[in-house]
Design a protein around this ligand. Structure first.
Ligand code: NAD
Length: 503
């Protein structure tokens, strides 16, 4: 396995778990030294235990010696990164460099498999490159990976399907044998040509990203028209043609795959003179979505309601948590019913506190905002607590995470940021250093904060101690980017609560 990152380490470990001898190779010496000492460089549930077992049983080893790894193996996977180049296309330099090194090290027939996500035509390109560098026989296979970070072991051990792009029958048989232990649940192993296999990976990610952007747009429209996206989601997800997964609105997709794969697909299409209109829109919506919550925050602090916060705090009955001045919300309002925003003294929240526009850039970036008071920022001097930094729960991966945009923008607007994430604190520290504060736990990050911003829906944030939260926060204000809490409950507890698509 050449490249011992997220995919290489998980795939290599799972292949070892099914009885194969696996060598995981990487150029990163520090990473390999750590792994040789039994330390796992990434957080992935169940991975550490699996690595330990397979190392102990001598099926899994780690090295920086590529020629040795290649000469000891029949099948050589390329699992290195394929980041975005400046123009959005995939940077194939790592993949091609590895392909050349494999060719130089070969001492007989090898199966060379691209596990990395690579643009359509890459297998052919590798074949061409290697042919000039070796006299030995080889086959090139495309075997895209569909695992999800956070559930990677489960996904790899019990895949929904395995895609093998092989232009020769002999090599398809070798790959079928390798994957046989993973197919016992009856999931299909689909053999196709290499181009179709490469395209399948992009099409899958584009489809999932489309669902996310679609639902985010519907949620934004719900904010405008007074519908509840939770109800809408259930109303459509129960249709078997639509299905329930990937219909939760949020802050836009992030991570190491969707953003770069969508960009790469758009670039491939443009190189082939086919403008992918839908996918371009998916990306555009996603970029805007990262700013929707910041926009709500800015609009709230620009509204007269923000001036009433002292009153809100004092108006909460500490016994029941009920705000005593809430005039228009009956406590019995069911979660699913349309109800307008929280009110103080019978004053409705101004429309602008909820509305976001996808037709224009978020308001705080418009010239109008900048002109107002020479760039006066309504959040300057405010302290925000952020729960969740990873791009999704169960991972420490913060690549392209919405949290980064939110922190960055709020810092620029003069706010102070206090963060907590169960796993991604170290990664975040590498980016923001001491520009932000790091809580020992989620409650510590709330201390004296003007508001909580919930960014990543970790399980441990689902059922927090709300009374403790209220005691720690300066004001009981929550901006929930993941719709984690019941609006009714939050209201009853005396929070001023903003969520996505649930006005
Ligand atoms: P990663 O950055 O975690 O790991 C890549 C590894 O390759 C690094 O450890 C790096 O040191 C190593 N590397 C770079 N150049 C090398 C070389 N010349 N020789 C040996 N090792 C080298 O990346 P990742 O998340 O594992 O992704 C790898 C590929 O898999 C990408 O194409 C990605 O799109 C794809 N993919 C990722 C996921 C995911 O969830 N992370 C899922 C499916 C597919």
């Amino acid at each position: 396995m050449i490249g011992t990152g997220y995919v290489g380490l998980v795939a290599g470990t799972c292949f070892a778990e099914t009885g194969n001898d696996v060598i995981c190779m990487d150029v990163n010496e520090e990473k390999i030294t750590q792994l040789q000492k039994g330390r796992v460089p990434i957080f992935e549930p169940g991975l550490e235990e699996l690595i330990r077992r397979n190392v102990a049983e001598e099926r899994l080893s780690f090295t920086t010696d590529l020629p040795w790894a290649v000469q000891s193996s029949l099948i050589v996977f390329i699992a290195v990164g394929t980041p975005s180049s400046e123009d959005g296309s995939s940077d194939l330099s790592y993949v091609m460099e590895v392909a050349r090194s494999i060719a130089g090290a070969m001492d007989g027939y090898r199966v060379i498999v691209t596990k990395s996500t690579v643009p359509i035509g890459t297998a052919q390109k590798i074949r061409g490159e290697i042919s000039s560098l070796t006299r030995f026989q080889y086959d090139v296979v495309s075997n895209p990976e569909f695992l999800k970070e956070g559930a990677a072991i489960e996904d790899f051990m019990k895949p929904a399907r395995v895609v093998i792009g092989a232009d020769e029958v002999r090599v398809a048989e070798i790959m079928k044998e390798l994957y046989a232990p993973f197919m016992r649940t009856g999931a299909p192993l689909l053999v196709m040509d290499t181009r179709s296999a490469e395209m399948t990976k992009y099409a899958a990610n584009a489809m999932l990203a489309t669902r996310i952007s679609f639902m985010n747009e519907i949620a934004n429209l719900c904010d405008h028209v007074g519908a509840n996206v939770n109800m809408v989601r259930q109303g459509i997800g129960t249709d078997r043609r639509i299905g329930t997964p990937f219909l939760f609105p949020g802050l836009g997709y992030g991570g190491s795959c969707f953003p770069k794969d969508i960009k790469s697909l758009i670039q491939v299409a443009s190189e082939n003179d086919y403008p992918l209109k839908l996918i371009k829109a998916v990306e555009e919506v996603n970029e805007l979505q990262k700013h929707v919550l910041i926009n709500k925050i800015i609009r709230f602090y620009s509204s007269e309601l923000a001036g009433d916060l002292e009153q809100l705090k004092n108006s909460v009955n500490t016994e029941t948590g009920h705000p005593m001045t809430a005039a228009d919300e009956s406590a019995g309002t069911p979660e699913g019913d349309y109800s307008y925003g929280f009110s103080l003294d019978g004053k409705k929240l101004p429309d602008m506190a909820f509305k976001s526009s996808n037709q224009e850039l978020p308001s705080y970036r418009t010239p109008k905002f900048r002109e107002s008071g020479g760039g006066h920022s309504p959040v300057a001097g405010k302290i925000f607590s952020i729960w969740g930094l990873a791009f999704k729960p169960q991972t420490d991966d913060i690549r392209e995470a919405p949290s980064l945009t939110i922190i960055d923008q709020l810092l620029k607007l003069g706010a102070t940021i206090q963060v907590y994430d169960p796993e991604a604190m170290e990664e975040t520290r590498k980016i923001f250093g001491n520009k932000i504060r790091y809580g020992k736990n989620n409650y510590e990050s709330l201390k004296d904060a003007d508001a909580l911003i919930l960014v990543t829906e970790w399980n441990e944030f689902r059922n927090p101690n709300f009374n403790k939260m209220k005691r720690l926060l300066k004001y009981p204000v929550v901006f929930d980017g993941r719709n984690q809490y019941s609006r009714k409950e939050m209201r009853e507890l005396g929070f001023l609560y903003f969520s996505m698509g649930r006005p």
